[in-house]
Ligand binder design. Structure first.
Ligand SMILES: NC(=O)c1ccc[n+]([C@@H]2O[C@H](COP(=O)([O-])OP(=O)(O)OC[C@H]3O[C@@H](n4cnc5c(N)ncnc54)[C@H](O)[C@@H]3O)[C@@H](O)[C@H]2O)c1
Length: 248
C-alpha cells in the first residue's frame, strides 16, 4: 500500500520501536498518525517529532489491554481523520525484572493482555474502518522470542509465538476486508524494554546475549514495518530482523 496521504495508528508509540515507526510513517508522507500509548507525556514528545516531519499527530492516551480504550481510539481516528488505513500493533511488555516463574500472576496476565489480546482486539476493531477506507495494512510486532525458547521470559515468548500464529491465521482478511495482516519479529533492539529486564539495567542472562551481538536500532525495525505496509503481498508474512554477531 502507498503510505502517502494515509491515516495510521501506532500503539506503543511513546518511545522505542513505536516512536520510530511513527516518525518513519510521517517521513513517508502519511497524512495523520495517531500515537496510542499509556505514557501520554512521552507520546506528546513523539507528536512533536511527527509534526516536524509534516504529518498531523494525535497523541491519544490508550491502554491496549482495555477494549473500551482501544475502541475509542479507533473510532476517534476514523471520525477525526476520515479513515483508517494503517495499524501498527506494537505495544508490548515483558516480565520486567522478575523472571518466570517468579513473575507475579497479575503481571503474567498483563503480558498476555497487552501483547496478545491487545493485538487481537486491535486487529478486529480496525477491520471495518479499514474496509470503509478502501483497505488497509496491519503490522504486528512479535519477536525473535517467538521461535527461540526464552526461559526467564516464558510468558513474553509465549505471547509472541501467539502473535505469529494469529498473524498467519489472518490471511483471509485480505479477501473479506482488503486488510493485509503481517508481522515483524525483531531481535534485540536498543530500547527501554531491554534496559528494564533487570533491576538496574539489562538482566544478567540478557547481558550475556547482548555482549555477543550487534544491537538493532528502532529505526531498523521501523524500516521493515514500512516495507511490509508497502508490500502488496504481505498478508501472512512473518519477517525476522536478526542481530548479527558482534564484530571483534
Ligand atoms: N527491544 C527489543 O529488543 C524487542 C525485541 C523484540 C520485540 N520487541 C517488541 O517491540 C515492541 C515495542 O517494544 P520496545 O522495544 O520499543 O519497548 P518500549 O518499552 O520502549 O516501548 C513499548 C511501548 O509500549 C507502551 N505500552 C506498554 N503497555 C501498554 C498498554 N497497555 N497500552 C498501550 N501502550 C502500552 C509503553 O508505554 C511503551 O511506550 C514490543 O511489542 C516488544 O515486545 C522488542
Amino acid at each position: 500500500m502507498e503510505i502517502t496521504d494515509k491515516v495510521a495508528i501506532v500503539t506503543g508509540a511513546a518511545r522505542g520501536i513505536g516512536r520510530a515507526t511513527a516518525v518513519a510513517l510521517a517521513e513517508a508522507g502519511a497524512r495523520a498518525i495517531v500515537l496510542a500509548d499509556i505514557r501520554q507525556e512521552l507520546s506528546e514528545e513523539t507528536a512533536d517529532l511527527v509534526r516536524a516531519k509534516g504529518a498531523e499527530p494525535m497523541a491519544w492516551e490508550t491502554d491496549v489491554a482495555d477494549l473500551a480504550s482501544l475502541r475509542r481510539v479507533v473510532e476517534e481516528t476514523e471520525r477525526r481523520h476520515r479513515g483508517l488505513h494503517i495499524l501498527h500493533n506494537n505495544a508490548g511488555i515483558g516480565e520486567g525484572a522478575t523472571d518466570w516463574p517468579e513473575v507475579p500472576d497479575e503481571r503474567a496476565a498483563s503480558i498476555v493482555d497487552v501483547n496478545l489480546r491487545g493485538v487481537i482486539l486491535g486487529t478486529r476493531l480496525a477491520l471495518e474502518p479499514m474496509k470503509r477506507s478502501g483497505g488497509g495494512a496491519i503490522v504486528n510486532t512479535a519477536s525473535g522470542a517467538a521461535f527461540t525458547p526464552l526461559p526467564p521470559q516464558a510468558v513474553y515468548a509465549a505471547t509472541k509465538a501467539g502473535v505469529v500464529h494469529f498473524t498467519r491465521s489472518c490471511v483471509p482478511l485480505l479477501e473479506s476486508h482488503r486488510v493485509a495482516v503481517s508481522c515483524v519479529c525483531p531481535g534485540l533492539v536498543t530500547t527501554e524494554l531491554v534496559q528494564e529486564s533487570g533491576p538496574g539495567g539489562p538482566a544478567p542472562w540478557l547481558q550475556q546475549i547482548l555482549d555477543a551481538v550487534e544491537m538493532l536500532t528502532p529505526e531498523d525495525i521501523a524500516a521493515q514495518v514500512l516495507d511490509l505496509i508497502r508490500n502488496p503481498r504481505s498478508a501472512g508474512e512473518v519477517v525476522t530482523v536478526a542481530n548479527q554477531p558482534r564484530k571483534a
